[in-house]
Design a protein around this ligand. Structure first.
Ligand SMILES: [Zn+2]
Length: 130
């Protein structure tokens, strides 16, 4: 390492900030304060843009994320509202609508829900027996 390298290493610490300060002061003295202001605005925008994007994405996700049960196997499925999802348990194609999942069926097929009926409800009333 020769003397030139040492000088550059020392410059990268405090000297860097001194140079920056001197440059800012010089530009301000020359009436170029707008350049510094626009640069600062740009820096603030660069810092704030990812934060705003992240918060916006979280808000959007909270509104559109659907966590509900699979209508086929009752396993918990997570999906985005209006988009298709696949049940990881049974592999059924599902579509998230109004905070619940429905099976994706092709046209001409009617998807029905089987309802378990109590035997007593099906039996005829005593007056109609025999
Ligand atoms: Zn399933």
């Amino acid at each position: 390492m020769n003397q030139n390298d040492l000088r550059q290493l020392n410059f990268s610490g405090l000297g860097c900030w001194l140079t920056l300060f001197a440059t800012v002061w010089l530009l301000g003295a020359l009436g170029l304060g707008w350049l510094i202001k626009s640069f600062l605005v740009l820096m603030v925008l660069l810092v704030l843009a990812p934060v705003v994007a992240f918060l916006g994405f979280r808000w959007w996700l909270r509104r559109n994320l659907v966590v509900a049960q699979c209508p086929v196997c009752n396993a918990e499925v997570t999906g985005v509202s209006g988009m298709q999802a696949t049940c990881l348990n049974c592999g059924t194609q599902l579509k998230a609508e109004a905070n619940q999942f429905k099976r994706v069926v092709s046209e001409g097929i009617i998807d029905i829900d089987a309802v378990e009926v109590n035997v007593e409800a099906v039996e005829l009333p005593p007056s109609e027996r025999d």
